[in-house]
Design a protein around this ligand. Sequence first.
Ligand code: GRG
Length: 288
Amino acid sequence: MNFTQQYAQYKQMVEEALKALPFDGAPEKLREAMRYSLLSGGKRLRGVLVLAACEAAGGSAEAALPFACAVEMIHAYSLIHDDLPSMDNDTLRRGKPTNHIVFGEGMAILAGDGLLSHAFEVMAAVQSANAFRALGMMAKAAGVSGMLAGQTLDITLEGTSPAADIVRKIHLGKTAALLTAPVTAGLALAGADEKTIAAGEKYGKNLGLAFQIVDDLLDLEGDAALMGKTLGKDAQEGKITWPASVGVPQARLDAAGFIDEAVQALDGLEIKAEFLQALAKDTLHRVQ
Ligand code: GRG
């Protein structure tokens, strides 16, 4: 199976598992609002990373599915809340009207909260020592020193031109945290050792930095239909981005450099790293 076929297979597993989530006990309106965003497409990159990392370290992708669903729920929550009028005020996401446009602001807040807390319910239900460790990694990535730290810096520094190390810190929190945790959690679920998990962390951080730079570049010069969102807003609104900080040519070079680092991080380990390395290289050329 080549990289594209393997990605499609993992993605389909994630998609089917997400569709099957019952959200037991949720009022119908809440379930509808959560499912609207959760099942609205997307590359399922974070879920795929969980399955791939777990298999790379000798675990089963099937057994890692609750964590793949959980990270996609956390991701969907962050997108719903980020699109709110009080945050980025976006009306289009994944080619569809954003959650608050369809369900109203109150329900969008609740749908995001619901997805975040349900992610932890689903992970906690696995009940093994490895799962407990993986859950901690997800909590940290989503939490005050991870995604929320990045978003806080982003909001509070908006309209300024921070130094490159601060831009890096924002990208590490806002984006790389939720691309690193699926890798380290997937490895932890398979019982990987410390050295392998540390390498997975290095891979995830570099992948995350490159992923966000490419996202910033696509905002400048990508195809809005493929991206499924309004483009050009970063420049218009003076957002803090890597290309704005170092210029477009340097941003391209930096993204390629981070991908090289990500690939090298997994060299020489006793895991099957080929798929994860191919995924990192593919990130440089993504168009959506
Ligand atoms: C907690 C409100 C809150 C925000 C946290 C994650 C985040 C900060 C904001 C969401 C918007 C954003 C610019 C995130 C950066 C990461 C990123 C590029 C997300 C888009 O991820 P993709 O391209 O999306 O994987 P799909 O639709 O493919 O799942």
